[in-house]
Write a protein that binds this ligand. Structure first.
Ligand SMILES: [Zn+2]
Length: 457
């Protein structure tokens, strides 16, 4: 059981500096052999998967996912969210604690662990909150959350505004060797902004969310990481200034890291003015979308599937995010998969909740915008979805080392496909990328030696 031989693929394992054609043998849920001996070592009875022409890499990890269970299972559940992850090529997800109730005590961690073991399709790693009820007022029991098994703490969706409280959180987190992940948003500056503050917010008459509202907290986090020595991870960065701050801090050895999401490095705020304006202005910055206006997806102005937090920013910010990814300043990629029901998004732009789904498109969009555009090598891209998040969260994942748990992703970097609503596994449909022609696709997702999803055709 849980044994499989992958024959003839290009195996890329950045953690071991391996990139070569090789067979990969999985025995009893663990990596047994990589290389020419694999086929010989495998018994004749073993299941074989022909992966010629495909890439075989460590199972992808998404460290920023909202599974919405418990409390909001109309939007998503552990079963449907992890099924969407498997379709996207992800063998592990890290779920955010802004559920209802919030994951701010060991009992809720145990509840999610039990449900994930029962209905999860892929590995689920759990984060706890920084503050009780994500209210930003009183610290959550960080030591007891750690003992219950959380891999990090975060108030994601919210941001601790009180700097003294954040300092104490970092001191506790350091004692328990937990990274602190932060959604960077200064409430007084951002106020009730709904889109990036700039040309399009003015042109469209929507309230602005200035880039400084993010940069201010990134700067705060750097100072507090320096003061406390705790590891701080800045989530879903959107602004050029944030990249600059983190780049400079890392150079000085501050234990800070940064994350980018595909919607921020593919789209810009011009998308909120509708597809015509987007393709005419910033669309040329999307890989594969050049001069030809035909065959491009269309959407109206004020489409709420383009509303997320932090918001889509300018073309300048998008380029800075890509530069940060390429030069290693932003070492981790994630989706910020944030499902919402149709009826919640089907309202005026101001009233719609922030958030987009992303598990099924993030790897393809990353391949297009970073690899196919020749900005980043395949191994470097895989690093940002495997060993980099595994190192930050100290997960025993992200490599194909002999003896490791056999989490493996098989993908075709060149497969072209159109993302549609029909085959989606997520309960929610709030993706801005329906109808988009994408390049690169997961073909098989293997968790602990078991194929949990496979492309049928
Ligand atoms: Zn967030």
């Amino acid at each position: 059981m849980n044994s499989l031989l992958l024959v003839g693929g290009r195996v890329i394992d950045p953690a071991n500096g391996f990139d070569a054609p090789a067979d990969l043998l999985i025995e009893e849920g663990r990596i047994a052999t990589v290389g020419p001996d694999a086929a010989r070592q495998a018994g004749t009875q073993i299941e074989r998967l022909d992966v010629r022409g495909l890439v075989v890499c460590p199972g992808l990890i998404d460290l920023h996912v909202h599974l919405r269970e418990p409390g909001e299972t109309a939007k998503e559940s552990i079963a449907t969210g992890t099924a969407a992850a498997a379709r996207g090529g992800f063998t592990s997800v890290v779920c955010m604690p802004n559920t209802s109730p919030a994951i701010d005590n060991s009992g809720t961690v145990a509840l999610i662990r039990e449900r994930a073991d029962r209905s999860g399709v892929v590995n689920v790693f759990i984060t706890g909150t920084i503050t009780k009820g994500i209210a930003g007022e009183e610290l959550a029991p960080i030591g007891s959350l750690k003992r219950a098994g959380v891999v990090a703490i975060t108030d994601d969706g919210h941001c601790v505004q009180n700097n003294e409280l954040m300092r104490r959180a970092l001191e506790y987190a350091r004692m328990f060797d937990l990274p602190v992940m932060d959604h960077c948003q200064d409430y007084s500056l951002v106020s009730d902004g709904v889109v990036h503050e700039g040309y399009w917010s003015a042109a469209l008459g929507l309230r602005g969310w200035p880039a400084a509202g993010e940069e201010m907290i990134v700067a705060r986090n750097i100072q507090l990481a320096e003061l406390t020595g705790a590891r701080v991870h800045c989530q879903h960065l959107s602004a050029a200034g944030s990249v600059r701050l983190i780049r400079e801090a890392k150079r000085r050895g501050v234990p800070v890291s940064g994350e980018a999401c595909p919607h921020h490095f593919v789209l810009t705020d011009a998308a909120i003015a509708g597809s015509e304006k987007f393709w005419a202005n910033d669309g040329k910055g999307v890989f594969g979308c050049g001069e030809d206006q035909s065959d491009k997806p269309a959407w109206p102005a004020y489409d709420t599937t383009f509303k997320m937090n932090p918001p889509l920013r300018s073309a300048h910010d998008r380029e800075a995010i890509i530069e940060g990814i390429v030069d290693g300043t932003l070492e981790i990629l994630g989706s910020d998969h944030a499902p919402h029901c149709d009826y919640e998004k089907d309202v005026e732009f101001d009233y719609a909740p922030f958030g987009v789904t992303g598990l099924e498109t993030e790897f393809s969009l990353s391949l297009m915008q970073l690899f196919h555009s020749r900005r980043l090598g395949l191994s470097e891209l895989i690093t940002k979805f495997t060993i980099a998040p595994a190192r930050l969260l100290r997960l025993n994942r992200g490599t194909l080392s002999i003896g490791a748990d056999a989490d493996v992703t098989v993908f075709d970097p060149d497969r072209e496909w159109v993302f549609g609503k029909e085959p989606s596994a997520s309960k929610s449909l709030n993706s801005p990328f329906y109808g988009w022609r994408l390049k690169g696709k997961a073909i098989a997702t293997i968790v602990n030696g078991t194929t949990v999803w496979r492309e049928q055709n």
